[in-house]
Write a protein that binds this ligand. Structure first.
Ligand code: HEM
Length: 232
């Protein structure tokens, strides 16, 4: 293991995590009212539909797959009788369509932002940075998957997965990443890029799902006269 490996897989993850958490705290203190997706739907409603649906559903399935492949240890699958071969086929059957849906959705969203003038001129640098990093992350992820389509190829569940889980319990093992193929490395480094810009862009909306709406009482709007008495 060389110094670059130590930096990339032992030190950078914590720098990135610090910026990610610290950035969110800073943004919340400084810009609570700007904490949103900065919707552009009112500038153009029609073209956002397919792109946004494809992208969001695609990413949701992709991330569910990441949870199953990276966070759940391989031993759990072995105990359940799910062989390496079965797992690999499942990952491909669900992962590839989800990844392609996310990518096509992202291209449509990019095209919309670029081709509709009023959206283009109201876009910030952050909006472009988000699209750029997401593009690299999704493309490199798909490339890694396609290059590793052979069932006897590289096994990320015994390398990348324990490296990632180790980071959360401060069991830093950069040596696990030394033999990882380059597309996977590009994928993870591009993810660092997203995580660093995340708190300063529209991506903060991921942490502001309006779940309270589901439990709160109805708000009833009624007209009042000048003496605050109900009209209807
Ligand atoms: C915004 C976050 C991320 C997105 C959108 C993303 C997206 C993708 C996509 C589209 C694929 C192609 C296969 C599929 O569709 O499931 C993929 C594969 C993969 N990603 Fe990510 N990724 C993200 C973060 C990460 C992180 C943080 C790691 C590891 C530390 C990671 C590790 C992997 C691995 C190991 C694969 C290969 C999976 C397989 O071939 O079955 N990804 N990713």
């Amino acid at each position: 293991m060389n110094t670059l490996d130590l930096l990339l897989w032992g030190i950078f993850p914590y720098i990135v995590l610090t910026i990610f958490i610290g950035g969110h705290i800073y943004r919340y203190q400084k810009d609570q009212f700007g904490w949103s997706t900065k919707s552009s739907e009112f500038l153009d409603k029609k073209s956002i539909k397919i792109g946004s649906q494809l992208f969001h559903w695609g990413v949701l399935f992709v991330l569910a797959g990441h949870f199953m492949g990276l966070i759940i240890p391989v031993g759990v699958y072995n105990a359940m009788g799910i062989s390496e071969h079965m797992y690999h086929n499942m990952a491909l059957i669900f992962g590839i369509p989800a990844g392609i849906a996310a990518f096509v959705g992202l291209v449509l969203l990019y095209y919309r932002r670029f081709s509709i003038k009023r959206i283009r001129v109201t876009s910030s640098k952050g909006d472009w940075a988000v699209l750029f990093f997401l593009g690299i992350v999704i493309l490199s992820g798909l490339s890694a998957t396609f290059m590793n389509i052979d069932a006897h190829g590289f096994d990320y569940r015994t390398t990348i997965a324990p490296w990632l889980r180790g980071l959360f319990i401060f069991n830093v093992q950069p040596e696990l990443m030394a033999t990882v193929p380059v597309w996977f490395k590009v994928h993870i480094v591009a993810f660092y890029g997203i995580a660093v810009v995340w708190p300063f862009t529209r991506l903060v909306h991921v942490f502001s799902l309006p779940l309270r709406y589901m439990r709160r009482n109805y708000v009833i709007y009624r007209k009042l006269d000048n003496n605050n008495r109900r009209i209807s």
